[in-house]
Design a protein around this ligand. Sequence first.
Ligand code: SF4
Length: 464
Amino acid sequence: MAPDNKLATVSDAPAPAALKPPVEPAALAHRDLLTGEFWRRIPAYAQVSEAEFLDHKWQAKNSITNIAKLLAALEGLVSDAFIADAQRGFERAPMSVRVSPYLLSLIDWSHPDGDPLRTQFIPLGSRLLPDHPRLDLDSLHERVDMPVPGLTHRYTDKALFLALDTCPVYCRFCTRSYAVGIDTEEVSKFQLKVNAERWQQTFDYIRSRPELEDIVISGGDAYQLRPEQITLIGETLLSIDHVRRMRYATKGPAVMPQKILTDDAWTDALTRVVEEGRRRHKEVVLHTHFNHPREITSITKAAMDKLCERGITVRNQTVLQRRVNDSIDTMTLLVRRLGYVNVHPYYIYMHDLVRGVEDLRTTLQTGLDIEKGIRGATAGFNTPTVVVDAPGGGGKRDAHSYEHYDRTTGVSVFTAPAVHPGEVYFYFDPISLLPPEGQARWADPAEQARMIDEARSAAITAKH
Ligand code: SF4
C-alpha cells in the first residue's frame, strides 16, 4: 500500500531495469541433490540394488559397528597410511563406532582427508589436538539437573527425556558421549538403557510437575525406539494435561533416511502420535540433525516429502564444526537446502567442549560471522539462531548475547537470568585458533585461573 493509504499508480512501479535479474542456475545449487546409484562407487556395495539400498533393514544390518570392520571396508578405497591414521584416531576416541552404508557412500573417498562427512565420523590421529584444560565430559552438566536418571529438568517449562542410549550412527562430536553407545577404551558410560521402571519414574515426575509443557524425547536417538515404544511414550505424554509440546529427536533422516521410506511400522507410529496430538490441540514434531549440505540427497527429499504429506513438521539443529561447515558458503547452502526439503533450520550450536574432538571446535567469532553472513539468504523463519549451550548448565544462549568476549584468550562470558539468575558461564575458544599471546597464557597453568577471573570482572563491569 502506498503512503497515506492511496493505491499505487502504474507510474509508481519500478522501472524494468531496476528489477532483480533472474539468478544463474549455478546459484540454485541447493536444489542440486545427489541422485542415482551413488553407493555403487564403494566396492563393497557395487552389486547392491536400489531396492536393497533403500531397505532400512539392509542399512541397519550392514551398518559397521567395530573399528576393524570399518577399516577393512576402506581397504582398496584409501591408502594404508590413511587407515593407520584412522586406527590411531579411534584409539583415542570417546565414542563407539557405528556408520551406515548410506553415510559411507556419501564420503568422497578420493579425498578422505578433507571430506566433511568423514571428518564427523572417522577420527584421524594426525588431526587430534589436546583437550582444552577446562573441558569436562558432561560439559552441559545434564546429570546435575536430573531428578530421575535420564530426565534433565533445567528450563522451567521443558524437560529432556533420554529414553535410550543407542543411535543409528555414532558421531564424534556427540555431547552425550558420557552415556551414548557402549564403553570405549577411554570412557565407561553412564547407563541410559531402555528400562520400564526408569520410564515410569520419568512419566510420574512429568505428571507431578504442572509447569512442564514441553518434552524432548532423545537419547541416544528416537530412530532406535521400536514403534510400540514411540506409541507408548507419545500416548502417555499426550495424556498428561499440562504437556503441550513434544519433539522426537533423531539424527536418522541425515544418516539413514531409508527408514522413513521403508519402515512403515515406525513411520506410521510417529504419524499416529502426531495426529493424536493434533486431535488434542498439542504439537508433536520431529527434530533432526543435518550438519552439511551433502547429507541431503534425493533419498532424503523423498523421505521428507513423505513426512510433509503426513503433516509432520521437521526442524534441524546443526553443530558448527571446523573443516565441516565453518564457512558462510557451506552454511548458506545447508540452510537453503534444508528449506528446499521442508526442514526448518532451527539452531546452529557452537560445538560443546567434548573430550577428544578439539580439532572439530572453532571460535565464537566464527559463529558470529556465520550468523551475520547467512541472515538474509532466505526467510527469517528458516534462518537458524547461533547458540552456545553454556558449559556448566546455563542452557542455550544466543551467541551474540555474551557479556564479554576476549578474542585473545578466547574466553567468553554468558549469563542465563531465566535459568540460573546471578550465575555466570564461560565458553572457551579452542587454544589452537588463538593468537600467540593467548596460546602462551594457556600454556602457563598459573595464568589459566587469572584469565577466567579477568573475564568475569570484565563481564560484571560491562553489566554495570
Ligand atoms: S546421533 Fe545424536 S546422540 Fe547419537 S551419537 Fe550422534 S549426536 Fe550423539
